[in-house]
Design a protein around this ligand. Structure first.
Ligand code: NDP
Length: 283
């Protein structure tokens, strides 16, 4: 079964909207600032989609697009200004940033209370020890997909391919928290095929087009494809050789219109959450 991620994304947004309405009633107007530097076409599409999704839930957005050659200092100064701006309840820095900038350093300056992407190390640490309401967006979206489809995770063997701070690590953590046995693979893993072949659930987030082939997937497995890549013809594709793997799966997510949609919806959820922090501040 090909999972309908659009439906699940809409459901996340519908669940979020009444909570945003409640904030409005309490005099809090959720507003996220989306900061970008440069002219990257894909990034512009992403920020447009993120704005649209937030607006659907009643969250305002402010797109701030700087020129490619803005200095790291200037960009960080503008983020600091947003940190102190009471009308901004969340901040998102669209990656990638221009090459002359240190992305880690820039993202770390976002106030933890406004960090809708959960990039700040304080928030990431709190996420790992279960001490925050904020969950990294893609991991949140994947867990929603598994829950919506009533896919049992407890006692299952989940193989996560990729160990980035943005996707691989957070989703491994949430699967483990849901009582799965989790194997994390990466570029130095020998015999990736053997690990994947034994998986009840595969989550792939590598950025390698069509890495997961049919000989690596057991019959009836669940396959979650996070990758957003271009194939040899420039066509959008995931990490999974979809055409050949799909017939083997009990569930699979497509690319495009897959995990990307629920990731954006998760961002809307987090934008509502950071706005809620203001609710407690005012009391
Ligand atoms: P990173 O480049 O930060 O991490 C990639 C990970 O994949 C690394 O851990 C790397 O291993 C591993 N890897 C690379 N090649 C192989 C290989 N041949 N075999 C096994 N593991 C490998 O990427 P991200 O996590 O940021 O993103 C991964 C993909 O997901 C990209 O296509 C990105 O566009 C997409 N993405 C999609 C999102 C969505 O909403 N759908 C959100 C975020 C990302 P090592 O650590 O050893 O280098």
């Amino acid at each position: 079964m090909i999972i309908n991620c659009k439906k699940i994304a809409n459901e996340i947004i519908s669940e979020t909207k009444p909570k945003v309405d409640e904030l409005h009633k309490n005099g809090i107007v959720p507003c996220i600032a989306i900061v970008m530097a440069g002219n990257d076409y894909a990034s512009k599409i992403y920020i447009h989609n993120k704005s649209k999704a937030c607006q659907k839930a009643g969250i305002r957005t402010r797109e701030i697009i700087f020129r490619e050659n803005i200095s790291e200092y200037e960009l960080m100064k503008s983020i600091e200004k947003l940190n102190n701006d009471k009308s901004v309840t969340g901040i998102l820095v669209q990656l990638p940033l221009p090459k002359h900038m240190d992305e880690k350093k820039v993202c770390e300056i976002i106030s933890p209370a406004k960090d809708v992407d959960v990039f700040n190390p304080i928030n990431f640490g709190n996420f790992i020890i279960g001490n925050t309401d904020l969950t990294p967006c893609t991991a949140y979206g994947i867990m929603k997909v598994l829950k919506y489809e009533q896919i049992k995770i407890s006692e299952k063997h989940c193989v996560v391919v990729g160990r980035s701070n943005i996707v691989g690590k957070p989703i491994s953590h949430l699967l483990l928290k849901s009582d799965a046995t989790v194997t994390v693979c990466h570029s130095k893993t020998h015999n990736l095929e053997n690990f994947c072949k034994n998986a009840d659930v595969i989550v792939s987030a590598t950025g390698v087009p069509k890495l997961i082939k049919k000989n690596m997937v057991k019959n009836g497995a669940v396959v979650i494809d996070v990758g957003i890549n271009r194939d040899e013809n420039g066509k959008l594709c995931g990490d999974v050789d979809f055409e050949n793997v799909e017939p083997l799966c009990s569930y699979i997510t497509p690319v495009p219109k897959g995990i990307g949609l629920v990731t954006v919806a998760a961002l809307v959820h987090n934008a509502m959450k950071t706005a809620c922090f203001n609710l407690f501040k005012n009391k």
